[in-house]
Write a protein that binds this ligand. Structure first.
Ligand code: UTP
Length: 278
């Protein structure tokens, strides 16, 4: 039912400079796999096989990663190294990729609006690949959200509880609980101070959005940091209709920060690489 997933990957990744000076943050590897591949695999596992990238300057390697590399594949054909490309080949076979460019980095809301040309008039997933989400032995976060979408049929944001001293880094919701892990959003604030925050429930990098969001983004003036915030457009959607917030099962690593990146690397090394699963 939902088949498209948007990947806004145009950000500058300043927290990872100088590594991200000429390399996209989304291509940073967690052990031996780039962040964006983890994200695309999560989308595919949720049945979202039309992958739409919103890229920017200097992000060409993301498209190259999801294409055949004839020279390399010819070079290692028939050797035991061939095995190392099985995973990515499988991803390429299962997905259809399209790309558009965000010419100016005017924020996540603006990046999502830029993707309208690839999405059209249907509900779609959004994955921010620098939030690595892992739910070992269960459904990935996007697959969990697709199940919820089938019940609620409106936009959904993934949330997690964060400590008070971290809350200023997130969009934060207030909502009415409709069950333990699901809230109907009544308020949303982007990057509030600890005092302003309406709760400890922070939005992370997974969304399902209905296509009316595009007009709402268009009507949204730049907010915090002069950027068009998706949180502001979602707040309008929550007021006019319905937005749900879902407390997902699994762990999230903020791989846009050095601490989260190292934590994710250690986790994936222990849990996957050493078990021969990477
Ligand atoms: P971030 O807030 O992590 O920004 O964006 P960033 O620029 O990537 O990283 P830092 O903070 O400078 O280190 C969240 C997501 O939104 C995308 C980013 O690529 C990232 O996946 N984004 C953000 C865009 O695609 N375009 C924008 O204009 C802003």
């Amino acid at each position: 039912m939902i088949k498209k997933c948007l990947f806004p990957v145009a950000g500058y990744g300043t927290r990872f400079l100088p590594a991200t000076k000429s390399m996209p943050k989304e291509m940073l590897p967690i052990v031996n796999k780039p962040l964006v591949q983890y994200g695309v695999e999560e989308a595919l596992d949720a049945g979202l096989f039309e992958i739409a990238f919103v890229t920017g300057r200097g992000k060409r390697t993301i498209n190259d990663h999801f294409d055949i590399s004839y020279e390399l594949e010819h070079q290692i054909a028939g050797t035991d190294k061939e095995q190392t490309l099985v995973g990515i080949r499988n991803v390429i076979d299962r997905a259809v990729f399209s790309t558009t460019r965000q010419r100016e980095m005017k924020g996540l809301g603006h990046a999502i609006l830029t993707g309208q040309t690839l999405i059209g008039d249907e509900p779609f997933g959004v994955i921010l690949a620098d939030d690595l989400c892992i739910n070992e032995g269960g459904d990935g976060v996007m697959a969990q959200m697709v199940k919820i979408y089938k019940q609620v049929r409106c936009s959904i944001v993934a949330i997690e509880e964060v400590p008070k001293d971290q809350i200023h880094k997130f969009g934060v919701i207030a909502g009415e609980a409709v069950r333990d892990d699901l809230y109907r959003v009544t308020n949303m604030v982007e990057k509030p101070s600890a005092e302003e925050a309406p709760s400890n429930l922070a939005i992370i990098g997974r969304y399902i959005l209905t296509p009316d969001i595009f007009d709402l983004i268009r009507q949204t003036p730049p907010g915090k940091n002069g950027e068009v915030q998706i949180t502001d457009a979602l707040m309008r959607q929550a007021k006019e209709g319905c937005v749900m917030a879902y407390k997902f099962k699994g762990r999230r690593f903020d791989c846009g920060s050095v601490d989260g990146f190292v934590e994710a690397t250690n986790y994936c090394y222990e849990h996957f690489y050493k078990q021969g699963k990477l």
